[in-house]
Ligand binder design. Sequence first.
Ligand code: ZN
Length: 120
Amino acid sequence: MAHPYHHSLSSVKKWGGAVADYQCIHDWFDESKKIIADFRHRALRHHAEGIFMAETIFGSTIKISTGRVIPVRWIGEQHVREDLGFIPSFADWVKAIRPEPWMGRALRLEDGLPATHQAA
Ligand SMILES: [Zn+2]
């Protein structure tokens, strides 16, 4: 699995500049490793919506040290493709989540008790 540094080296090969030009974006994609240390961490940001989220955080483009302007979406797409081989949607990740009863539990607003604990 690629470290954010290696993703950054790959960005340098594609668009020029220095590792530091790209590192913060690649770090952001893999920051979810602090939540879960195996590859499942990717469900949080490694998908099309995650790439668009990166744009809201880093802007639609960055200016690298050579002065060249690079779309943040390109960098996100590169990262996700290098890790997964393609760009899934979040729906692709959801298909892999096994539903559990607690996920669908709802509270009745009047008394705050879980609906599963109420008489029909
Ligand atoms: Zn990654």
